[in-house]
Design a protein around this ligand. Structure first.
Ligand code: BGC
Length: 746
């Protein structure tokens, strides 16, 4: 009998290992068959594992690694920080740098920059870039994105997060997670939950009521799990209602796993585990930590002994092992993964795009920006942040950047020979690595050290002199991304710019009113000089291409379209978390009370009629946008209206507008914030161009959490739909009537 030519080709490919054989013809076990359903593979594998092999899967055996099962071809699970790029290699058992030369990566801009873009597609690209780099570095799990809500701008990790609004944070999270997980890398959304300050972060107990938990602090995680499909979740350090979040029955078992159906792995924050019994029973799946014998971990020997004594059911171990195996299998760790890429032109360009789209133009009077190089012939660049790099800052989130274009470099490159540039430092901030240095007498050194004060006077004088003689000044200041200034483990002490920058800016503006102030920080700062400075930009920590991005905006190659993901207050005291004394921040007797409840960020400012410095959602453009009339069409179901309106670029330059949709309940049975963001869309328009923007709402857009019913409830009545360019600049309003009250499915 003649062999069919196709069969011949198949046989040849099989022999060469280029084609997987059907499972039935192989004697390899089902768990190694990539064509079989994942749950079937795990069902097949688990009974093959010994007790110790299962235990190896659920705790660290290196700083960023947990054990595999070499006997069965299951590799170690490698994790890495996160979230702005793949952190440098550290020693296997220490926090010391491994001093390698192959771990330089693309530094993506911080979370606040990404959130300021209000662009979930960009978040997807962000996740993809880091995913590709993580693969190139052989990491299976990236410890990010970080998405705790900004309750207070003093929080040391504000820069890492996506701002003060649950909906915006959720959209960014979903984009990031999907972009990364499409690349065979698991995202680890962190820190779950209520990790909203760094002070006493390992022990602080958070008290927040149920509505506040459900409506403010959980929705972005819920979206990351349900829509994003996050494969892992990092449990937070802090306690909630008296129990550590790392092994919290309510948060992990009841909400995350039972209600939301999370099937992946709950990973502890590093050394965030405190009790074997709770770790065994309350939903922790992988214990990670700092250096100590790994055998002493709560989920190691102690757990094994408890299992053998029958104190904990074996099913708890099987479940944990299975969840970690799910991550390993889903990321292709068992079969082997496609190759990764690192520092590609596309990655650096993505970093530039995020930095650029995240820049928020806060003020631009007299059209000072964009800078016209046919008229401006000399520029004084002033400020230490123009020559600082930041990618390594912030501790865990820091990366070893392959390249980091600082602001001065970006400006110099863009200006070329079109104008003369002089640079003056103006002020200098002492380098503070992690925690404050103390002098011999144990006194903390600070920028008020006489050495720095004397130096500062000279630096400021020289800067003012440079400002006087230039056609235009670009001041680049802000924070340092070091201790007490946007750093992990320590909160900021106040919202002021450090090192005499306020006084310096005032002097510079007086010397040369044509001054642009560009601020680099991870969150709001106070601006006592604001009414004098004609142009102000918020640039965040912009990663590898920070300087390129800023220069593109300054000189009009790009039109700024970023919008604030948090309120900038006029004073720290205006922030509700700072109105209850130590009780509400940073806590007293070990507990911090979220007394402001739902009224976080603009929800507070708008409900209580407090005037912000800049409102949530605010950001200017070099062009202008006109909002056409709004139409509201009831959807197919009773709670799914669609909104449509035309947006026109009514100015002279191409630009993007973020159309924001806020919902306000006209009459409410329970307390509702004045308005809440429930949708947005970003549209790019050429001058004169008009585009129709459609926005969809659903039941959750109108709902509040009813603790007594343990459900999301929508009351019947009228809801106002407010569409605008910021939370305080509503351009069109419509309304929607809910005829029948509803209880939403979980
Ligand atoms: C941080 C986490 C980080 C972990 C590992 C912890 O201190 O809170 O965000 O992923 O360390 O570096």
């Amino acid at each position: 009998m003649r062999t069919h030519p196709l069969a011949l080709i198949t046989r040849t490919l099989l022999a060469a290992g280029l084609l997987a054989a059907p499972a039935a013809t192989q004697d390899k076990p089902l768990y190694l068959d990539p064509t079989a359903a994942l749950d079937k593979r795990l069902d097949d594998l688990l009974p093959r594992l010994s007790l110790d092999e299962k235990l190896a899967l659920i705790r660290a055996n290196g700083k960023f690694r947990s054990g595999g099962v070499p006997r069965l071809g299951i590799p170690y699970l490698w994790t890495a920080d996160g979230p702005q790029g793949v952190r440098e290699e550290l020693g296997l058992d220490s926090w010391e740098s491994a001093k390698r030369t192959d771990d330089f990566v693309t530094a993506m801009p911080v979370g606040m920059a990404l959130a300021s873009s209000w662009d979930p597609e960009l978040a997807k690209l962000y996740g993809k870039v880091i995913g590709e780099e993580a693969r190139a570095r052989d990491k299976h799990v990236m410890l990010g994105p970080a998405l705790n809500i900004q309750r207070t701008p003093l929080c040391g990790r504000t820069y890492d997060y996506f701002g003060e609004d649950p909906w915006l944070s959720g959209r960014m999270t979903v984009g990031y997670v999907q972009g990364m997980q499409n690349e065979q890398v698991a995202a680890c959304i962190k820190h779950f939950a209520l990790n909203n300050q760094e002070t006493n972060r390992h022990a602080i107990n958070v008290e927040a009521d149920e509505r506040t938990l459900r409506e403010i602090y959980l929705p972005a995680f819920e979206a990351g799990v349900k829509e994003g499909g996050a494969l892992s979740v990092m449990a937070a350090y802090n306690k909630f209602r008296g129990q550590h979040a790392g092994h919290h029955d309510y948060l992990l078992n009841q909400i995350l796993k039972n209600e939301w159906g999370f099937k992946g792995s709950v990973i502890s924050d590093w050394s965030g585990t405190h009790d074997t019994r709770e770790a065994a029973l309350n939903g922790l799946d992988l214990e990670m930590g700092t250096v100590r014998p790994y055998e002493n971990y709560y989920l190691a020997r102690a757990y094994k002994e408890g299992l053998l004594r029958g104190e904990y059911p074996m099913s708890t171990l099987d479940d944990k092992a299975r969840r970690n195996l799910r991550v390993l299998f889903t990321t292709g760790a068992v079969e082997g993964r496609k190759p990764g890429f690192i520092n590609t032109p596309a990655h650096l360009d993505a970093a530039r795009q995020v930095a650029q789209d995240g820049i928020v133009l806060l003020k631009n009077t007299g059209g000072l920006l964009p800078i016209d190089l046919t008229k401006v012939k000399s520029i004084a660049v002033i400020g230490e942040n123009a020559v600082r790099t930041f990618a390594a800052g912030g501790n865990a989130a820091g990366v070893k950047a392959f390249r980091e274009v600082d602001m001065l470099q970006g400006i110099v490159k863009r200006v070329g020979s079109a104008a003369d540039i002089t640079y003056a430092t103006g002020y200098r901030q002492p380098v503070r690595r992690n925690f404050w240095e103390r002098d011999g007498a144990g006194v903390r050194r600070s920028e008020l050290d006489p050495k720095y004060l004397a130096e500062a006077a000279g630096l400021a004088d020289r800067a003012v002199a440079a400002a006087k003689t230039a056609d235009l000044v670009i001041f680049v200041g802000g924070l340092t991304h070091q201790a007490f200034a946007d750093d992990e483990g320590v909160d900021r002490r106040d919202l002021s710019l450090p090192s005499g920058q306020d006084a310096l800016i005032a002097r510079i503006v007086e010397a040369n009113p044509r001054t642009v102030v560009a601020l680099i920080s991870g969150g709001p700062v106070l601006m006592p000089w604001l009414d004098k400075a004609p142009a102000v930009l918020q640039a965040w920590y912009g990663g590898s291409e920070a300087g390129t991005a800023l220069a593109r905006v300054l000189f009009g190659d790009a039109n700024p379209s970023g919008k604030l993901p948090c309120t900038f207050p006029k004073a720290l005291a205006d922030i509700p978390a700072h109105q209850g004394g130590a009780r509400t921040f940073p806590g007293e007797n070990g507990t911090v009370h979220y007394d402001e409840g739902l009224l976080v960020g603009y929800r507070w400012f708008d409900t209580k009629h407090v005037e912000p410095l800049f409102p949530f959602g605010f950001g200017l453009s070099y062009t202008s946008f006109a909002y056409g009339p709004l139409t509201v069409t009831p959807g197919s179901s009773a709670l799914e209206p669609t909104l449509a309106l035309d947006i026109t670029n009514s100015g002279q330059r191409e630009g993007a507008e973020v159309v924001q949709l806020y919902v306000r309940a006209k009459k409410a049975r329970v307390m509702r914030p004045e308005k809440e963001l429930k949708g947005f869309a970003k549209v790019l328009l050429k001058p004169g161009e008009t585009r129709r923007v459609n926005l969809k709402l659903d039941g959750r857009s109108f709902a509040y959490y009813a603790p007594e019913a343990k459900a999301w409830r929508v009351d019947a009545g009228e809801y106002e739909l407010l569409v605008g360019t910021s939370s305080r600049d509503i351009r069109q309003a419509g309304s929607f009537k809910v005829v029948k009250p509803a209880v939403l499915p979980k």
